[in-house]
Design a protein around this ligand. Structure first.
Ligand SMILES: Nc1nc2c(ncn2[C@@H]2O[C@H](COP(=O)(O)OP(=O)(O)OP(=O)(O)O)[C@@H](O)[C@H]2O)c(=O)[nH]1
Ligand SMILES: [Mg+2]
Ligand SMILES: [Zn+2]
Length: 287
């Protein structure tokens, strides 16, 4: 029977079918395929053993998770957001067919500046929501409809409140939360992966925070492909293979959109940076 792995501890896998969960083992022949939390598997429930693995829609390596539908990119007024990091996350999730949603958390702190900044830069790129994880009612009202029926992950910088959001949505679990360190960076409290089942078949996993992300495997074309604004304006560019950097505003629709305020200039500037880094990497690799 088809089931989904929602937790893995040692060789024990917790699998879910509908509202039913049970703990099973993996067949020895599956050793070659490492089973991940999020994997769909065929389970022989009589013998409590996983028989086979279904193909994955996508997977993350750190933390190891499979078949993710949606990423809640969490930001907060403290620690201060790193916009380049947000852009890199967006590129990565778009490339994996994971729908990103920016969650502005800690709006009980002074967040108006951050809210307008995020809206200015990311409106039209992805959905943006505002919550305070300390307000459980508000968090549930806003997030439950977004999470319904999908497997989502909480992701983002350390100490933005990812675990607090999970705790707010599922008060009975109360995972350990960390303090924001004095330099505002946090200290990575969350370490293991497990999927929590919320109302309306919503699946949610917390992930450890990070403060850096490398897009090592991304080519310059991948960077372009996973920047939605470039898709939009790039389609009407005069040049077929325009990188939207070298041509003039008269010819490049993207540059024109930036000049006319239709594409955010900071997003564009960071695009050129990421494109050039990927280009340089390609040059070094292929001479
Ligand atoms: N004022 C305020 N503080 C919050 C809110 N949400 C979380 N915090 C605080 O932010 C700190 C970090 O919270 P965590 O939930 O551990 O953050 P995290 O993103 O899971 O951190 P890592 O697991 O280290 O990546 C804690 O001190 C929380 O109490 C909020 O909505 N408002
Ligand atoms: Mg955490
Ligand atoms: Zn162009």
């Amino acid at each position: 029977m088809k089931a989904q792995i929602i937790k893995a501890v040692g060789g024990d896998f917790t699998v879910k079918v509908g509202t039913h969960t049970s703990i099973v083992k993996g067949r020895k022949k599956l050793k070659g395929d490492r089973l991940l939390v999020g994997d769909f598997v065929d389970v022989d429930f009589e013998n409590s053993v996983i028989e086979s693995l279904f193909p994955r829609k996508n997977m993350l390596v750190r933390p190891p998770l499979a078949n993710i539908d949606q990423a809640l990119i969490t930001v907060a007024p403290v620690p201060k957001p790193d916009f380049l990091l947000i852009d890199k996350m967006l590129i990565k999730y778009f490339s994996l067919d994971i729908t990103p949603v920016i969650i502005i958390n800690k709006i009980d702190l002074c967040a108006t500046e951050l809210v307008s900044e995020i809206c200015r830069q990311y409106k039209g790129v992805c959905d943006i929501q505002m919550i305070s994880a300390h307000d459980t009612h508000q968090t549930a009202t806003i997030l439950n409809p977004i999470l319904s029926g999908k497997f989502s992950i909480l992701t983002g910088q350390s100490a933005v409140g990812k675990t607090s959001i999970l705790n707010s949505l599922k008060p009975e679990i109360q995972m350990e939360i960390g303090e924001v360190s004095r330099i505002g960076r946090g200290r990575n409290t969350t370490r293991h992966s497990e999927i929590f089942v919320l109302e309306n078949e919503a699946l949610l996993a917390d992930t450890p925070g990070f403060n850096a992300l490398e897009l090592d495997e991304f080519t310059p074309e991948d960077i372009i492909d996973n920047y939605p604004e470039l898709h939009h304006f790039g389609k009407i560019c005069k040049y077929n293979n325009c990188n939207h950097i070298n041509e003039t505003e008269a010819d490049c629709a993207v540059k024109r959109a930036v000049k006319e305020g239709n594409m955010n200039a900071e997003r564009y500037k960071r695009y050129t940076m990421l494109y050039n880094i990927a280009k340089e990497k390609e040059r070094k690799k292929y001479g």
